[in-house]
Design a protein. Structure first.
Lengths: 815, 163
């Protein structure tokens, strides 16, 4: 079986030879036109004059369109119909597209776009969280509030109560491939669009809407993206719509790719936030109740901000069983880029709040923060009672889910294989299994699958936490300038779209007469290896080698009505849909060949390129031929919807998640107390991917997610000036982690276990959860700052050198 | 318009260019060699890295006209004529040194340049050499491993080797 093997990315041979095509690499007809936007330079006001004469007469310009050229300006919003493609005269942020240029070359379009003459009636913009709160500038009619228990009473009765606040910066996606789209006009007004998008169906929907045609007149194809991270869930709409409109009006192919600076200035980013807290706790650090207020800066349009802010609330508990909790969330409307999806989708911001509380409690009590964290963990899950009947893994039930031989080449990556069949679910390490009572989240969902107690124990051992904690203390006692810090932080991340209906997926699988397989599904490939994982599923279902399965571009003409490849759900949803389609075809073939194999159809298995029943067998290709000659369809669709979930986002009650994915990281850092500069010395991770579909790809997600999360909380700083202009709009001013920034020592292990829930081969989602392992770096930096003096360092995020230096000074107190 | 003649991956190629035409535009738009990517447009991310007369050059800030007569190698010229991958390419594939793949051509070109200058680099030397090449997906761990492997050095004890 090809699942669970650490195979390279399917496109690796194309990537290392430069043969992989991204949107900008697709050969286009010679008459292709190129687009560029002219952008607003103010953050708020009215466009009082727009002189485009110089733009129209610039070399190579074919057409120039502004809001005035549309009866109804096309909308680009994925939610609230509040994002006109081009300004309708109102300016909402600095960087908003005002007009679009269509020219013969990319360069001519960009040059011409710089020639627009604008006059504005400026108004004072609402930029900061404080300004938005003062002005009552919000989305939704007031804050969302989730509550559990009586927090006021809990705090009143608490031996200790702390208060605090943390500012959490946003984050630019910095997908290496910028946003791009290509529209090819077809006969009869149809349109084919190639888009660098995580959400082809949304592109199809918005393009059809803009062109005034039904969705069946638009076909969207996405072969791959050069990174997405959430930034291509909705932010590609504008380019695709602009290209389609220009293509429809000129009858020529139209392409648009944002220059990197434009990409920074136009598109949304991770929501920045301020979280304030009041927490009550006992002498042992056990929380009695917590009050959080989330102030989330959403930018000018709604986009996906409501579910993002919801998910921040849903992760305000992270791994901790809060006896009483009250989470209040304000979604603030500001004259800045419209903040959007970004890996973790609000979850990271919510978690940083409770992790700050843990560090603060530990500081007050003078206890090890890890001890405080573990004191507050949810109760460990009981071992499951065995797999449900008829499930795929019920038949399989292997304990050691990784092929250690295949992983030997992974160098320093340690593979924990557990101890055999007992590792099915937390049974090996679960302390007091059977006695523990499951906790309930602040939103009323029972946490049934908690494994962080055991997972943390494993990491404490493999990272040698206790000895290194002591060594850090020793170092700090002996050194004045360089101070070290160490922290171990957990992650519990909910898996499923919180908008329940999005948890569905489709697939289309064909088997051709020669026995080769053509596989298609609604998920998109952005580097995460989804296509390879799902192809491994298909190959396993047919019992074929992987090279018999052709991976094909995501195409709205093959699988319709898809959800975005987001929320870490890609392989969970599409793997199951492809499995359903393959199993349907296998069942039809089995019916045909059963008499030849002198067996019942139900006894026929597909293995090793053969179709077998007992001792009788035939080659898969032969079986396929028989089915074809018997006039049996060798094409099937597959469909999947996630079970068990039900969620009322207004009440804040229900089961929004099918399951949780877990992980923990231990990071050690050093800071220079004279400059605030800092380095990650070592990071150890144990992460839960269930029974991994592909350990190599999953470990890649963990390593990359961790580094991206650490970047968010340390070096990645977005700066807007007083007028609302984004000053960090290129890699010259916005620093993402470089090769020299990754931890000097970096050990990643997969947790040996299976998903308790019946997911595809009992695997778990892996896209987002590891991102939040980066919190260990932030807490370690806070720990290093704490070593500088007796006061709480109150480190703010991102922990840039300046922020670390300020925290060092706070720790020391007034001179 | 002036003409420029270059050897690109061993083939003499001639094109009329403007004075301002960038090498990356010449390669991508005129010669259809789209493996050389444009990531940041400003010579910082390294997705456009190629070799010019054996040296690592960012093609998004090199003027085509300056390179008349130069010997240019792009990612498309790294594999053998029969398609056999170079050791660096093979190592990036085998050691999972890529995810979305957009930075990969530049990374491969940078790694090959490093190994031609320094056939057995230390991990610290690899890290320093790659500072001009950004990857947003991998966290770099497997990229460093791939380069170690391509240089014939063991990758099993990467953690220990940098302690």
């Amino acid at each position: 079986m090809t699942v669970q093997k650490p195979l390279p990315h399917d496109a690796a041979p194309l990537h290392v030879t430069g043969a992989a095509r991204y949107v900008d690499d697709i050969p286009v007809p010679a008459n292709c036109l190129h687009l560029a936007f002219g952008l607003s330079t103010i953050a708020k006001g009215r466009l009082s004059g727009l002189d485009l004469e110089a733009v129209r007469t610039a070399p190579g310009v074919v057409a120039v369109l502004s809001g005035a050229d549309f009866e109804t300006i096309p909308d680009c919003s994925p939610s609230a119909h509040d994002e006109p493609l081009l300004s309708d005269g109102t300016i909402h942020y600095a960087g908003q597209p005002l007009f679009m240029v269509v020219a013969d070359t990319h360069l001519n379009a960009r040059k011409a776009a710089a020639l627009g003459r604008t006059t504005y009636a400026e108004e004072p913009p609402i930029l900061s969280i404080d300004e938005a709160m003062a002005a009552g500038s919000i989305f939704e009619d007031g804050p969302r509030i989730y509550t559990k228990g009586d927090v006021a009473a809990a705090l009143a009765a608490s031996p200790h109560v702390i208060e605090g606040r943390i500012e959490i910066g946003g984050q630019e996606h910095f997908y290496l491939e910028g946003q791009s789209a290509l529209a090819l006009p077809q006969e009869g007004g149809d349109m084919v669009v190639h888009s660098s998008s995580q959400h082809p169906t949304e592109i199809q929907h918005k393009v059809a809407d803009a062109l005034g045609v039904p969705m069946n007149a638009v076909r969207v194809e996405v072969r791959r993206m050069g990174g997405g991270f959430g930034g291509k869930e909705s932010q590609g709409n504008h380019l695709a719509i602009a290209c389609a409109i220009a293509a429809a009006r000129t009858g020529r192919p139209c392409k648009m790719r944002y220059d990197r600076d434009d990409d920074f200035i136009i598109t949304g980013k991770r929501h920045d936030a301020r979280i304030t807290y009041r927490a009550g706790f006992g002498d042992d650090g056990r929380l009695t109740g917590v009050e959080f207020t989330h102030l989330i800066r959403c930018g000018w349009a709604m986009d996906l901000s409501l579910p993002v802010a919801d998910r921040a609330m849903l992760h305000a508990d992270n791994a901790y069983d809060l006896p009483a909790a009250r989470i209040t969330s304000h979604r603030l409307k500001t004259n800045t880029q419209s903040a959007t999806a970004f890996r973790g989708f609000g979850g990271p911001q919510g978690m940083v709040g409770i992790e700050r509380v843990m560090d603060h409690v530990a500081h007050v009590l003078g206890r090890d923060p890890l001890a405080v964290r573990r004191t507050n963990y949810y109760p460990e899950a009981r071992a499951a009672d065995g797999a449900p009947e008829g499930s795929i893994s019920g038949k399989k039930k292997q304990g050691a889910v990784l092929d250690t031989a295949d992983l030997a080449g992974r160098g320093s990556v340690r593979v924990e294989t557990g101890t055999g069949s007992a590792t099915r679910f937390g049974a090996v390490h679960s302390p007091g299994a059977g006695a523990a009572k499951s906790g309930v989240t602040p939103y009323g969902m029972e946490v049934e699958d908690f494994i962080l107690g055991a997972l943390t124990e494993q990491l404490v051992e493999t990272a040698d936490y206790a000895a290194r904690k002591a060594a850090v203390a020793e170092w700090n006692a002996a050194h004045d300038i360089l101070k070290k810090g160490i922290a171990l932080t957990p992650v519990k991340f909910g898996i499923s779209f919180t908008l329940t209906h999005l948890n569905q997926a489709g697939a289309l699988v064909h088997v051709y007469q020669d026995g080769s397989v053509h596989m298609n599904h609604g998920g998109t490939e952005m580097g995460q290896g989804l296509f390879q994982k799902v192809a491994q599923v298909a190959a396993s279902r047919f019992g074929l080698p992987l090279d018999r399965v052709k991976i094909t571009a995501t195409d709205t003409g093959k699988v319709p009505n898809t959800s975005a490849t987001a929320a870490s759900s890609g392989s969970d949803l599409n793997g199951m849909a492809v499995k359903a389609a393959c199993d349907e075809i296998c069942a039809r073939i089995a019916e045909v060949v059963a008499p030849d194999l002198q067996a019942e159809a139900a006894q026929v298995v597909f293995q090793g390129g053969m179709v077998r029943a007992g001792q009788a067998e035939m080659r898969f290709e032969e079986a396929v031929q028989k089915a074809y000659l018997s006039r049996v369809s060798l094409s099937a669709t597959g469909f999947y919807k996630t079970p068990k979930i039900a969620w009322d986002r207004i009440a804040g009650k229900g089961r929004p998640f099918f399951y949780f994915a877990y992980g923990a990281a231990c990071s050690e850092v050093v800071i220079d107390t004279l400059t605030g500069e800092n380095r990650i010395l070592r990071t150890d991770i144990v992460h839960d991917c269930g029974a991994s579909l592909n350990p190599a790809l999953d470990i890649g997600q963990i390593e990359g997610g961790f580094v991206q999360g650490a970047g968010w909380l340390t070096m990645e700083e977005l700066v807007w000036d007083a007028t609302g202009a984004l000053k960090t709009h290129a890699p010259s001013t916005y620093k993402i982690p470089a090769c020299s920034d990754r931890p000097r020592i970096f050990n990643v292990a997969l947790w040996a276990g299976e998903n308790r829930e019946e997911t595809i081969y009992r695997s778990k989602a892996v896209g987002e959860p590891p991102f939040m392992l980066g919190m260990s770096v932030f807490s370690a930096l806070a720990d290093a700052c704490s070593a500088c003096g007796p006061h709480f360092p109150d480190l703010q995020a991102p922990a840039t050198a300046e922020a670390v230096l300020a925290a060092v000074h706070r720790a020391r107190g007034p001179a | 318009m002036p003409q420029v003649t270059l050897s690109v991956n061993g083939t003499q190629m001639t094109a009329e260019v403007e004075g301002r035409t960038l090498l990356v535009e010449l390669l991508r738009d005129r010669f259809r060699l789209t493996g050389t990517h444009i990531g940041c447009d400003t010579s910082q991310c390294g997705a456009c890295a190629v070799h010019v007369d054996g040296a690592l050059v960012k093609a998004c800030t090199a003027l085509a006209l300056d390179l008349d007569g130069a010997d240019v190698t792009t990612i498309e010229g790294m594999a053998g004529a029969d398609g056999t991958l170079s050791p660096v390419q093979q190592a990036f594939q085998d050691h999972h040194g890529l995810q979305c793949g957009f930075c990969t051509p530049g990374m491969v070109m940078a790694a090959a340049a490093l190994l031609s200058e320094n056939p057995k680099p230390t991990v610290a030397e690899i890290r320093e050499y790659l500072e001009g090449n950004i990857c947003r997906c991998t966290g770099y761990h497997n990229i460093v491993k791939a380069i170690l492997a391509a240089s014939g050095q063991p990758v099993d004890d990467l953690a220990a080797s940098v302690a």
